[in-house]
Design a binder for this molecule. Structure first.
Ligand SMILES: *Cc1c(COP(=O)(O)O)cnc(C)c1O
Length: 354
C-alpha cells in the first residue's frame, strides 16, 4: 500500500441515535438538516432518466449558480459534496508532500483528504476562544505550503473569523498559495462583522470558496457541493472531477433547492431561533459557550466527554464526541433541542463548571 496511507485517520461519522423503548430518539451528531425534503425538491427528481449518464459538467447547476452570484459558469466546479470538491482542489494544487495548513480542531476530513492525496496536513491550534489563530497560520507557512483551509465557521467549535482579521490575514499570504474558505454553514452566519466571502473572492486572486447543499439546503444524502474559484483554478478543479460523480438526481435536487431557496431559508430562520434558544438556556445554566455561527453548539467537556455522550444516549440523543475534549450538538428538531437543554442543566448541576 502507498506509504502516505499509513497516517490516514479513520473518519468518525456521527452515529444514529440508539432506539429507546417509548422515547423518540434524535440524531444530533452530524449537523444535518432536521426537516424532510421540500415536496418541490422531490417532484423535480428525474428518476425516469437513470439509465442515462449524468451531465459530466453539471452545466445546468453551474449556470444557475453563475446567475445567482453574478459570475460566469466557468467560475464554478461541482463535486460529490463539498468534501468531494475539496479533494479535487487538493489534487489540483498539491504535489506529493506539499503542505496544507488548517486549524485544529477543525473539520476532521481535512487531514484525511490531505493524506489520501499524498499531501502533508499541518494543523495549527485554535485560540482560547475557539477561533482560528490566523497569526500562527501565517507563521506556519513554509516553502512547501500550497493550500490553506479556513473553516468558516469552524466545525466543531462554531466560531467564524471577523472580516478585519481575515483581510489582515489574506494580505500576508503569498499570492501563489490558494486559500480555501470552507463555508458549509454560511447560511447560518448572523454576525454582521463576519466577512462576505464573495467580496474577498473579488479582492484576492488566490481565494476560493467551498459551498455545500448538505446543511442549510438539506441534501446531505445526495452528495453535491461546489467551489467558487477564479477561472484557472476552477478549470483545474474540474479536471480532477470524478467522472459522472454528481448524479442527475443530485443535480435536479440542487437546482430545485436553489429555485425554492426562500422556503428553505424560512427553515434556516427557525433553526437560528432555536440556536438562540439553546445558547441562551445553556449560558443561563452557567455553561461558557463559544460564539456559534453554525447549526450546532460546541461544549468543552475535558474529562467528561464520554460521560456526557453516554448521558445523552440515555435520553435518546446521539451527540458527537471529540476524544475527551468536548461534544458538538446539532440544532435539530425543537423537541431534540429541548431535551438537550434539560440534559445540559442536569449535567451542569451535577458536575459544575468545566
Ligand atoms: C458538513 C461539512 C462539509 C460538507 O460536506 P458535504 O461533502 O458537502 O456534505 C464541508 N465542510 C465542513 C466544515 C463541514 O462541516
Amino acid at each position: 500500500m502507498r506509504r502516505s496511507l499509513e497516517n490516514v485517520p479513520a473518519y468518525l461519522a456521527g452515529k444514529p441515535a440508539a432506539a429507546l423503548p417509548g422515547v423518540e430518539s434524535f440524531k444530533v451528531s452530524s449537523n444535518e438538516n432536521p426537516y424532510s425534503p421540500l415536496p418541490e425538491v422531490l417532484d423535480a427528481l428525474s428518476f425516469s432518466q437513470i439509465n442515462r449518464y449524468p451531465d459530466f459538467s453539471n452545466a445546468r447547476l453551474r449556470d444557475l449558480l453563475a446567475a445567482k452570484y453574478h459570475l460566469v459558469t466557468d467560475n464554478f466546479a461541482t463535486g460529490t459534496g463539498s468534501v468531494g470538491v475539496l479533494q479535487q482542489i487538493v489534487q489540483a494544487t498539491c504535489n506529493f508532500e506539499d503542505e496544507i495548513l488548517h486549524a485544529w480542531r477543525s473539520f476532521e476530513a481535512y487531514p484525511i483528504v490531505a493524506a489520501v492525496n499524498g499531501a502533508v496536513s499541518v494543523p495549527v491550534s485554535l485560540r482560547g476562544d475557539e477561533s482560528h489563530n490566523l497569526d500562527a497560520m501565517v507563521a506556519a507557512i513554509s516553502p512547501r505550503t500550497q493550500l490553506i483551509l479556513i473553516c468558516q465557521p469552524n466545525n466543531p467549535t462554531g466560531v467564524a473569523a471577523k472580516r478585519d482579521e481575515l483581510v489582515h490575514f489574506l494580505d500576508r499570504v503569498p499570492a501563489h498559495i490558494t486559500v480555501v474558505i470552507d463555508e458549509a454553514y454560511v447560511e447560518f452566519i448572523t454576525d454582521t462583522r463576519i466577512a462576505d466571502s464573495l467580496d474577498l473572492f473579488h479582492r484576492y486572486k488566490n481565494v476560493a470558496i467551498l459551498r455545500s447543499f448538505s446543511k442549510a439546503y438539506g441534501l446531505a444524502g445526495l452528495r453535491v457541493g461546489y467551489a467558487i474559484a477564479h477561472l484557472e483554478l476552477a478549470e483545474a478543479i474540474r479536471k480532477c472531477t470524478l467522472p459522472f460523480g454528481v448524479s442527475t438526481i443530485a443535480e435536479d435536487a440542487a437546482i430545485a433547492a436553489l429555485k425554492h431557496e426562500d422556503k428553505l431559508m424560512v427553515r434556516v430562520a427557525h433553526l437560528l431561533e432555536e440556536r438562540t434558544r439553546v445558547s441562551e438556556a445553556l449560558t443561563s445554566q452557567g455553561w461558557k459557550l463559544s460564539d456559534s455561527q453554525a447549526n450546532f453548539v460546541w461544549m468543552r467537556l475535558p474529562g467528561k466527554t464520554e460521560l456526557f455522550t453516554q448521558s445523552a444516549a440515555e435520553v435518546g440523543l446521539s451527540v458527537r464526541p471529540y476524544g475527551e475534549e468536548g461534544v458538538r450538538v446539532t440544532i435539530g428538531e425543537d423537541e431534540a433541542n429541548t431535551r438537550f437543554i434539560e440534559l445540559a442543566s442536569r449535567f451542569f448541576t451535577e458536575f459544575g463548571q468545566f
